[in-house]
Design a binder for this molecule. Structure first.
Ligand SMILES: [Zn+2]
Length: 201
């Protein structure tokens, strides 16, 4: 019968898969894990290590030890960790929205090759430091910068993301987000009518 992980066991598993905050704020790390986990049915996001979360943690850790992804079929939590280097103690480190990760999986399937995540979560202070927009969707765990693989026209047709940022030079999409699901959709973007903008590089 499945057992519930002890706090030290949960902490060790979370640390191994990229939650470098598990030691100082276990409940925050558990919440981040529950929020993004997509290797089975959605977990209740309550920061508590119950039976389902224990099973999920065991599965992610097992996959991690054999070099497989920990979050979804092809993506791992650590890829989305805020890149502030641990400079800001209030940073939750990894808080991706499961629904956005599902869209990334669909995106990956449509392009047929691995999709590298350039940037995922950004806490408020790190976002300010890198000059992100005030209401950047990265702060809400529902955005990712991706390597440029498809043009904005192709991405519009795919109707997967509610926000698309692309490069002026080659029209390739470098930012995708699910602002329609993150609770801070100030532009009204949806997958069928995404908000788009251009980066002048
Ligand atoms: Zn941060």
């Amino acid at each position: 019968m499945a057992s519930i992980l002890t706090a030290p066991q949960a902490k060790a598993a979370l640390t191994a898969i990229g939650f470098d905050n598990a030691g100082r704020s276990l409940a925050v790390a558990v919440e981040g894990f529950q929020r993004g986990w997509n290797l089975g049915s959605a977990l209740k996001v309550d920061g508590v290590v119950g039976e389902h979360t224990s099973d999920a943690l065991r599965l992610s850790l097992k996959r991690h030890t054999v070099g497989r992804s920990t979050m979804s079929a092809h993506f791992s939590f650590v890829e989305f960790r805020c890149k502030d280097g641990g400079a800001f103690p209030e940073c939750r480190r990894i808080w991706m929205l499961r629904a956005h990760v599902r869209r990334l999986e669909a995106y990956r399937a449509s392009v047929g090759v691995p999709v590298r995540i350039v940037s995922g979560c950004r806490c408020k202070r790190y976002n300010a430091k890198v000059g992100g927009a005030t209401h950047s969707q990265h702060q809400f765990g529902c955005a990712s910068d991706v390597q440029p693989l498809r043009t904005v026209q192709q991405r519009r047709q795919a109707k997967l993301f509610a926000g698309l940022g692309f490069k002026q030079s080659n029209q390739k999409v470098v930012h995708v987000d699910s602002r329609d699901l993150g609770g801070h959709d100030l532009t009204g973007g949806t997958p069928s009518a995404p908000t788009t903008w251009v980066y002048a590089t």
